[in-house]
Design a protein around this ligand. Structure first.
Ligand code: GLC
Length: 431
């Protein structure tokens, strides 16, 4: 009775065959590139600049009139992502400041109509990314710091509460999402901002939005960065700055990790999502590879962020990291892409990934490998029946035995302390 009229019982969500196929494809590539690009990039202070600076929206929006990314080259971006070993790209179609980076008839506050550049950058990038055989996903903010109809939440700048009208805002979002889907056919939509109304009763009508999206394209995957367990209508589970189940950043404490949906963890290369001129605190290639490998060992993709500059260039340190990742991926992609959780639990020296018939051990911390003379000895619980153990990619056979307690003992050359990841391949008999 209490629920009548507000939350009607929902029919269970049944994903389409094409959606299930898309989920599979999605997990076949463990690396995705996240792009936070908008007029905030011109302030070079991260994507929260409007909220942090407390500028009035009119002053903030002046950045649009000067936004001219002369160096933007969608093909060059797409090539750089592809060469890094990425399988997909997720770009901000519209962030919390409400500026649309695509051609839209729903608001003049967009890249085509409000900037001298006048080009549909999302459209151009989508074409280039798909042309490289990668998937294209769109980030879409559920909150809007400028539109009067979005009721001000915990973030953003002062607004007139009398003008708040979530139902009208919801219809605006639906019209924009329809445009995004009909104009560019993204393979996934990535929502963010649901935390903005935390602490007060608020019905986001998300299931209605999900059904609307799947009504347009049932194969389009939906993810939502709401920091909790996935709900009906969602096709993959997101983790912000955390590998699934770790909750190191404190965002995903309540989130049960789904054992049926694909997983994706997003992370910054430095400390900001949007371009920040002073933030040169970039993670090393080694750290990034380790994130990717540790994620893959938990069955998760890594959505690695870059904040492009206002002039359309990718920051030099980000390009450098992309090249480093690419060098690693050219040799080792097959030890993460399409691989899932292995029955070998994490060890002090590293983690393990698995594809049918093959388990890969990834030695990430060579100093933690027990050493005997000039050899390293790995002793691991192993449930399958090993048939061969080799170094990867060289394929050199390694000495191994299963001891009386059932542990697999592998003798390896003492691992090179500077190696990013020493990989060992175990072939196992199908049982
Ligand atoms: C957080 C930030 C947002 C960013 C997102 C990426 O939600 O508020 O700015 O886009 O994380 O995961």
């Amino acid at each position: 009775m209490l629920l009548a009229g507000t939350a009607r019982a929902q029919a269970p969500y049944v994903p389409s065959e094409g959606n299930l196929q898309s989920r599979k494809e999605f997990s076949e590539h463990r690396l995705g590139i996240f792009l936070h690009w908008g007029i905030y990039s011109a302030y070079a202070q991260g994507e929260w600049y409007l909220s942090i600076s407390k500028l009035d929206p009119e002053t903030y929006s002046e950045a649009a009139a000067g936004f001219y990314p002369a160096r933007f080259d969608a093909e060059a971006w797409a090539r750089a992502f592809k060469e890094a070993g990425a399988g997909y790209v997720t770009m901000t179609s519209r962030h919390h400041d409400g500026f649309s980076m695509f051609k839209t008839a729903q608001t003049p506050f967009n890249i085509v109509d409000a900037t001298p550049f006048g080009r549909d950058v999302l459209g151009e990038l989508t074409k280039a990314v798909k042309g490289q055989g990668m998937r294209m996903h769109y980030y879409y903010s559920l909150i809007d710091w400028i539109r009067p109809d979005y009721p001000k939440g915990n973030s953003g700048v002062a607004k007139d509460p009398a003008k708040a009208d979530y139902n009208a805002y919801f219809e605006f979002e639906k019209r924009q999402i329809r445009e995004l889907m009909e104009q560019y056919h993204p393979q996934a939509l990535w929502f963010d901002g649901q935390w903005d109304q935390g602490g007060r009763p608020f019905d986001w009508r998300m299931r209605e939005l999900y059904d609307f999206i799947h009504g347009i394209d049932p194969d389009c995957m939906i993810g939502n960065n709401h920091h909790s367990a996935a709900v009906g209508g969602e096709d993959f589970q997101l983790f912000e700055k955390d590998l699934p189940g770790e909750n190191k950043a404190g965002f995903s404490g309540g989130a049960t990790v789904s054992d049926t949906l694909p997983l994706e963890a997003c992370e910054t290369m430095n400390n900001n999502w949007g371009y920040h001129v002073a933030d040169l605190n970039y993670k090393s290639v080694r750290e990034l590879v380790h994130l990717l490998v540790r994620g893959a060992s938990k069955g998760s993709n890594l959505l690695l962020n870059i904040g492009p500059q206002a002039n359309g260039a990718l920051p030099a340190p980000a390009l450098d990291r992309l090249r480093g990742l690419g060098a690693w991926m050219r040799t080792y992609a097959s030890t993460v892409d399409g691989c899932g959780i292995s029955p070998v639990p994490p060890q002090s020296w590293g983690v393990s990934t698995k594809r049918p018939g093959t388990v890969f051990l990834h030695i990430l911390e060579p100093a933690a490998v027990p050493v005997s003379g000039d050899k390293g000895i790995l002793v691991i619980p192993f449930q399958g029946k090993p048939t061969a153990v080799k170094s990867f990619p060289e394929g050199a056979p390694l000495k191994w035995k299963v001891d009386k307690d059932g542990f697999l003992c592998i003798t390896i050359p003492t691992p090179d302390p500077s190696a990013i990841d020493t990989v060992i391949e175990i072939a196992e008999a199908s049982l």
